[in-house]
Structure formats: structure tokens, C-alpha cells
Design a binder for this molecule. Structure first.
Ligand SMILES: [Mn+2]
Length: 528
């Protein structure tokens, strides 16, 4: 692994970390450390809100049914919950609708619009989808439905012909939905709903800067004292503690469980969890989400093993297919393969007539643009520069593979894996106080990554493995260090040898006794 240490331009470490994250001016720094949503009023006022609210108020006064058309991922589910709770609170008649991932697929569909019509709805509001639903918008018109699209995905050259559009790419879908209703609901409810926006912002991998940092910080405050019965049950099932939930817990523990049910079953149960007022139901739904997540984990591990067998390492894009893979996990397969092989990857769940694909970027490729170059072969395609999804007629997969192979000469050859390091530290710098100072930059996540440091010539001692030989535990200049998944290095490091380590700084509070700990990302010794 190549260590790329960012150039040191400031003596003060915090200043340096800010520069590394693109925060350079005084104004940017101010915003970073005072991340109040009120500072982003301009971004919150998305065009189209007034017209949409007028139509919603008309629906309320005429007692018309509104269908909220969501999506099955965390953002889509949270966005649906935001709108459902908000609209219900102001007296609207609301019916939420979340499509089935396998049977209906992503986004607004004729099927869904027929469902709305059959239920005598007059207004349909999409959340986290719809910005490229051209035909569906036409169809909604034919059915006499007033369609309001709220979305944050990348639009095509033109916008669909809908009654109203509320669109911003600056935030996640749940945040766009929140912007729509924030001024028409009670202040307390608007504030309470921010916890759902925070969960969605993190899980939809919005860069945690500017307005998204504000959404997460304000939402985390609410989440850490939440009274939402579903979230409380989920939190207790996952054995995490209220008051200690940060971006890590959302991204790695809460998010995957909300997602899993939509991957394998139906995401409507995740929406039910977020909306239920019945404690018994909250518990049974939380258990269902956790059980489904375990099943999802097993399936993913197996599928990734199968995908690895198909990888040809000289390719610049990996296109992997199987009729066995559920469309709910192909995004996870593509994600893992692109990470491991440092090139973009596409995983396709092959169906009898129609197949579903999911793509993840790597090596700087704008994957949605890249795939859109073959959009005439595909049934539909949507997404972001980092991740995209599409559907394709199964008999066209071969052609699609060939075309992408041809196009892939534009992708640079993969380099050696790089580890970007924020700064070099000396052994004596590694104090609890330093870690506390760095905590001011939290929450970490996409776009504001947890700082990585390196130290040279650190004396290794007490070297041993833990977790059945999987992980390596040792001391570096007498500071505890753990290297997850590096148990195999046990024999490559000698006691008292001087090594170079790259790591995250962490506080280990085992026994209630706070100690500095290095979470090691890479080790260099004279022998490796
Ligand atoms: Mn989204």
C-alpha cells in the first residue's frame, strides 16, 4: 500500500486537518464549527416548494387522498416517513407506497400510479425518486393525478412534465422532503423529523460538509434522546446506547438493518417501524429487521465469493453476473469488488426476461455518465457519479458487456492501493487530549473522513494475535495498538523491532479506564 502523506502547511494539527478537508477560508471554518441549519437558509429554500404546498393544502381542504411514493433504501424509507408523519400531522389523508425491489424495481412506476388511482388518490408525491420519470409523469397526467416530484438524483437534460418539482442535489431525498414540509408543520415535529434526515444523509453517503453536516449534527441530537418507539426498539436490539449514537452507529449498525428488509423482503416494514405508535409492534418489527440483516449478511458473503471467481484482474471494469444473486444485494457485491480490485464494478442479477444491475465507481470514474453512454441498450438507468442502477433485457447483457469493455479503455489502469494520510505524528504526540481535540471535527463519514495518521520508528512489543488468530494486537512505543484482519503478520514483526504504522486514533474505554489506542490500517517493517 502506498502512503500518501498530505503536505503539511500548518503547525497546528486541527488547522491542517481542516485544510486536508478543503476547509480553508475563515467563513468556511466558521460554518464548519457552527453548523446551524439556519446558516443554510438559501439551500433549504428549494424552488417549487410554494406550489407544492398550495396543492397539498388544497388536498387537505377537499379531503383528497395523497399517495407518498417512496423508495426501498434507507433514504427512501426515511423520506417516506418524514412526509407521511408531516402530512398526517396537518390533517392530510396520506397513503405511503414503497415499491417492491424485485417485483417493481426502483422509482415511480405505472403500477404504482395505477395503485394510487385505484385507491382514489388525487395527488401523488414522490420522495427520493422521480426526477427521470418522464413516461410515468405522462401517465400520471392521463390518469388525472397531480404528480409532485421531490428528488435529489442527477436529472437528465430535461425535467419530467409533472404538476410540481422540488429538486436539489445538495442533500439526500429525506432532506428534500423535510425542506418541503418544514414550514407547514409544528416546530417540534420539524425538529423531531431531523433524526430521520440525519440517518438518511449518512446512509445515502452525502458528503458530511456544509448543509449535510448541519442536518447530521442537529439530527443526531434528536436521535440521541429519541422517543420514536421503532428506533428505540432497534437501538436496544443492536445493543448500542442512546446518547452514544454517532455517524458510525448509523452507517454501520442502524442503516444496514433498515436497508436489509427492502433488500430481501419488503421495505414497507422498515417504514412501519419508523412510524409505529405500538411498543409491541415496534419490538417485533425491530427483531424482524435484525433477523433479516443477519440473513442478508450470509447471502452477501456467499455472493461476493462467487463474484471474485468471475473477476479478471486485467479488466478496467468488472461486470459480474449470476441468476442466483438477489437484486437486493447486487449493490453490495459491486461495492465490495470495486473496493478490492480498485476499478469500477457492476453486478447483475440475471432474470428470465429482465435483469437488474448495480454499479459502483472506483478509480475516479463517473459511473452514471459511463453507463449512460450505453443507455440505448438499457431499459432504464439512474443514480449518482459514485453509484448507479439499471435494468436491461437479459438477452442484451452480452452486448452491454462488450460495449462497456470497449468503452473501458477510457478508464485509467489501476494503480497500487493508496492510503491518504492526514499527518505524521510522533509517539509523544499521541495523547487523550489530542484525540479530544480531533473530536471537534466529528461527525466523520463520507466527505469528512476520520483522520488517518502515521508514525515512524515505533518500537513494537507484546505482539500477539486475538480472535482466533484473525487480528494482531501489540504495543507501539508502549501504546496499545490493534490491527484488525492482520493476524497473519504476527511472525513478520519481531519484539522490539522499529516499525512504521498508519492508523486511526481511538480511545479504548474497556474497564471504564480510558486509554489511547491505535486502530492500525497498515504496517511497514523492514521485513514486509
Ligand atoms: Mn437517495
Amino acid at each position: 500500500m502506498i502512503w500518501e502523506v498530505l503536505p503539511r502547511v500548518k503547525t497546528d494539527l486541527i488547522e491542517q486537518l481542516l485544510i486536508n478537508r478543503g476547509i480553508t477560508t475563515r467563513a468556511e471554518k466558521e460554518l464548519f464549527f457552527n453548523p446551524k441549519l439556519a446558516n443554510f437558509e438559501k439551500d433549504l429554500q428549494i424552488p417549487g416548494i410554494d406550489k407544492a404546498i398550495k396543492r397539498i393544502n388544497e388536498a387537505i381542504s377537499k379531503n383528497e387522498l395523497i399517495v407518498v411514493f417512496g423508495d426501498y433504501d434507507v433514504d427512501g424509507v426515511c423520506a417516506s416517513a418524514v412526509l407521511y408523519k408531516a402530512l398526517s400531522s396537518i390533517g392530510a389523508k396520506v397513503l405511503p407506497y414503497i415499491p417492491h425491489r424485485d417485483k417493481e424495481g426502483y422509482g415511480l412506476s405505472k403500477f404504482g400510479l395505477d395503485y394510487a388511482k385505484a385507491n382514489k388518490a388525487v395527488v401523488v408525491i414522490t420522495v427520493d425518486n422521480g426526477i427521470v420519470a418522464f413516461e410515468q409523469a405522462e401517465y400520471a397526467k392521463q390518469l388525472g393525478l397531480d404528480l409532485i416530484i421531490t428528488d435529489h438524483h442527477v436529472p437528465a437534460e430535461k425535467m419530467p412534465d409533472a404538476f410540481g418539482i422540488v429538486h436539489s442535489t445538495k442533500m439526500c431525498g429525506a432532506a428534500v422532503a423535510w425542506c418541503l414540509i418544514r414550514e407547514v408543520v409544528k416546530k417540534e415535529l420539524a425538529n423531531e423529523l431531523l433524526q430521520l434526515v440525519a440517518i438518511a444523509t449518512i446512509c445515502d453517503l452525502m458528503p458530511l460538509k456544509n448543509i449535510n453536516r448541519s442536518f447530521v449534527i442537529e439530527g443526531l441530537k434528536v436521535l440521541n434522546t429519541t422517543t420514536n418507539l421503532g428506533l428505540l426498539s432497534l437501538i436496544s436490539f443492536c445493543r448500542i446506547s442512546l446518547g452514544k449514537i454517532g455517524s458510525y452507529e448509523i452507517g454501520h449498525i442502524i442503516g444496514p438493518r433498515i436497508n436489509a428488509i427492502g433488500r430481501l423482503e419488503h421495505a414497507i416494514d422498515a417504514l412501519r417501524l419508523l412510524c409505529t405508535k405500538d411498543p409491541t409492534k415496534a419490538r417485533s418489527l425491530a427483531k424482524l429487521l435484525c433477523d433479516t440483516n443477519e440473513q442478508r449478511q450470509k447471502l452477501t458473503i456467499q455472493a461476493i465469493d462467487e463474484a471474485r471467481i468471475q473477476v479478471k484482474t486485467d479488466k478496467r471494469i468488472h461486470i459480474l453476473t449470476s441468476p442466483e444473486w438477489s437484486s437486493g444485494i447486487i449493490g453490495l457485491i459491486a461495492g465490495r469488488i470495486s473496493e478490492e480490485y480498485l476499478q469500477p464494478a457492476i453486478a447483475i442479477s440475471v432474470g428470465e426476461v429482465i435483469s437488474k444491475g448495480s454499479a459502483r465507481s472506483a478509480n475516479g470514474v463517473n459511473i452514471i455518465e459511463f453507463i449512460r453512454e450505453c443507455s440505448e441498450i438499457l431499459i432504464d438507468v439512474g443514480g449518482h457519479p459514485g453509484a448507479a442502477g439499471f435494468s436491461i433485457h437479459t438477452d442484451k447483457i452480452k452486448l452491454f458487456q462488450e460495449r462497456l469493455d470497449e468503452l473501458s479503455i477510457k478508464i485509467p489502469e489501476k494503480g497500487e492501493q493508496k492510503l491518504t494520510i492526514d499527518a505524521e505524528l510522533k509517539g509523544e504526540d499521541l495523547t487523550k487530549q489530542l484525540i479530544k481535540n480531533i473530536e471537534r471535527l466529528e461527525p466523520f463519514g463520507f466527505g469528512n473522513s476520520k483522520p488517518v495518521f502515521c508514525s515512524h520508528n515505533m518500537k513494537a512489543s507484546s505482539i500477539r494475535t486475538v480472535g482466533n488468530g484473525k487480528h494482531l494486537k501489540f504495543k507501539c512505543n508502549n501504546i496499545n495498538a490493534i490491527a484488525f484482519g492482520m493476524g497473519n503478520l504476527e511472525r513478520s514483526i519481531r519484539e522490539e523491532e522499529e516499525i512504521d504504522v498508519a492508523y486511526y486514533l481511538d480511545i479504548d474505554d474497556y474497564d471504564g479506564n480510558e486509554k489511547v489506542q491505535l486502530l492500525v490500517k497498515d504496517i511497514k517493517t523492514s521485513g514486509i
